[in-house]
Design a protein around this ligand. Structure first.
Ligand code: AMP
Ligand code: MG
Length: 501
């Protein structure tokens, strides 16, 4: 297995369990009973270690050697519950491609909240751990490849400095599941600030009583926005805080070219973390109309649509909160409208601030927005690689990148940028360092992810391990690894992703 010296052998199952160091609490289970259902993972026949995130295990205060053993593996595949875990599936609703549906964890089981010695609280969830009362017609399972995909993408996002759920481990179930053809199954251990979703509130708003909605508001404030707990209007304070965090998150996605792919309201976390990695992917060349997901036929979740869709989802959150926003509905609606309008301001400000950093600009000038838009327009026309164009600018010291380029548009833009750099007091060295810290040299390139996952599915983990090694240090511009920087040979044309796997 990768990233550890795990011993997945059966013999170690019989040796006494060393302490992993879980410190369980179960505050979510204290919420009204219609928000969750107790359900245990379904054991699997022949589990096998695939990958353990030792760095994250240490961050969580867990003993990675104990976790890496047979008992640890059995606990992370759902065969043997860690002492103190109290498994449940969460109920929620969601708008899937705009249409309201009753959902719930159909293939994910929360073991509980692990509270570190520093007092940080994390949901520990097994994804792909078997059916729950919310499985509908699904089998409660996930393919090994889709869980490894979430592992790579979420760890890359974290390393890029973007709030996200994390991935602690993937264990192969040793069983095949049917996805049009037999595919090996896998269980991912997801670590999240929480799994409270916009959809949790959408579901609660349709719940049996308003007390449940109130409890959920108080709980979310306690868990993610403690600074607003004493607010005169808790529902409004929560809404405004969620709007701000989502605007900030979306700015970060747009700055690295991340396409989530399935921004349904059940896939948006109130914590402000990126959640539910399905058909997500990074842009190759810059085009706001980019869609990777095979089921997103009308481009609802296209790259450039994402900020607008986030606002649409937040409007659904406001509707769910409405009874608690104000006793008089029109006043509540007005309050929500006022709060949601801040999204655009926060998003625009943070996005432009992020773009300035990518271009090495410390101060602000009125025309910076135009400078950035012109660069993006040039990229779109010339089908330039989004990541590499910025990386090239980042690394250029004093010389003109495009001096020998036949592209007149680029040369003109670069001259404007150089002149702009000259109008700040910071040194060229400081501007260079700023750019390098905000323009990734490495992203998980789609063709490399697919090739590594295909190899992993047949038990060959080397490519995936190397890819991970590169993408967890995305700003290391000194690394010589040209094959990880190069765009897809065909420019990524026709690349498609699939969800629900
Ligand atoms: P997603 O598109 O992954 O966010 O999933 C949407 C909903 O479908 C969630 O409620 C999932 O729990 C559920 N779901 C997805 N795949 C399965 C499966 N294989 N078995 C049961 N439920 C599933
Ligand atoms: Mg989901």
């Amino acid at each position: 297995m990768a990233n550890s010296g795990a011993k997945g052998d059966e013999a170690s199952l019989t040796t006494p369990a060393r302490e992993v160091g879980w410190r369980w609490e179960h505050t979510y289970a204290q919420l009204p009973s219609w928000l969750h259902v107790g359900v245990a993972p379904t054991p699997v026949g022949a589990p096998k270690w695939v990958i353990l995130n030792q760095v994250l295990a240490r961050e969580l205060g867990l003993a990675e050697d104990a976790l890496a053993g047979g008992v640890g593996m059995a606990s992370l595949v759902g065969n043997r519950l860690p002492a103190g875990a109290a498994p449940l599936a969460q109920a929620y609703a969601g708008h899937q491609f705009g249409h309201l549906t009753t959902l719930g964890d159909g293939r994910a089981i929360l073991l509980g909240e692990h509270v570190t010695a520093r007092g940080e609280r994390f949901d520990i969830q097994l994804k792909g751990a078997g059916p729950t009362p919310f499985s509908r017609r699904g089998d409660g399972r996930a393919t090994l490849v889709s869980m490894l995909r979430e592992y790579v993408m979420s760890e890359a996002m974290h390393s890029l400095g973007i709030p996200t759920t994390r991935s602690l481990a993937v264990v192969a179930t040793g069983e095949e599941i049917w996805r049009g053809q037999p595919r090996p199954g896998g269980v991912l251990t997801r670590v999240a600030a929480s799994h409270l979703r916009v959809g949790t509130f959408v579901g609660a708003a349709a719940g049996p009583d308003e007390a449940g909605l109130k409890a959920l508001i108080d709980y979310t404030l306690w868990r993610h926005y403690p600074e607003h707990r004493g607010a005169a209007n808790p529902a409004l304070a929560l809404f405004a805080a969620v709007v701000a965090r989502q605007a900030s998150l979306l700015a970060k996605w747009m700055l690295v070219g991340f396409v989530h792919g399935v921004m349904n309201t059940d896939n948006m976390a109130l914590s402000g973390e990126t959640i539910d990695y399905g058909p997500c992917a990074f842009l190759d060349h810059y085009d706001p109309a980019t869609v990777f997901s095979s089921i997103d036929r009308h481009g609802r979740y296209a790259f450039g649509q994402q900020p607008r869709i986030a606002q649409w989802n937040l409007a659904r959150l406001a509707e769910a909160l409405l009874p608690r926003l104000h006793a008089e509905e029109p006043v509540g609606i007005a309050l929500a409208n006022e709060a949601i309008q801040k999204f655009t301001v926060i998003f625009q400000t943070q996005w432009l601030a992020g773009m300035r950093r990518k271009l090495g600009l410390f101060n602000e000038e009125l025309e910076d927005g135009i400078l950035v838009e012109d660069l993006l327009a040039w990229m779109q026309t010339t089908k330039a690689d989004f990541t590499n164009t910025f990386a090239k600018l980042a690394r250029s010291a004093g010389e003109e990148v495009g001096a020998s380029s036949p592209d007149e548009g680029w040369r003109r833009w670069e001259a404007r940028w150089r002149a702009r750099l000259g109008r700040q007091v910071e040194s060229a060295g400081a501007a260079w360092a700023l750019r390098c810290a905000h323009c990734p040299a490495f992203i998980p390139r789609n063709h490399l992810v697919e090739a590594a996952l295909a190899a992993a599915e047949v038990g060959e983990m080397r490519d995936l391990e190397r890819l991970l090694d590169v993408v967890v240090a995305p700003y290391d511009h000194s690394r010589v690894a040209p094959e990880y920087r190069a765009p897809a040979p065909d420019g990524g044309a026709g690349y498609q992703t699939f969800c629900g796997t």
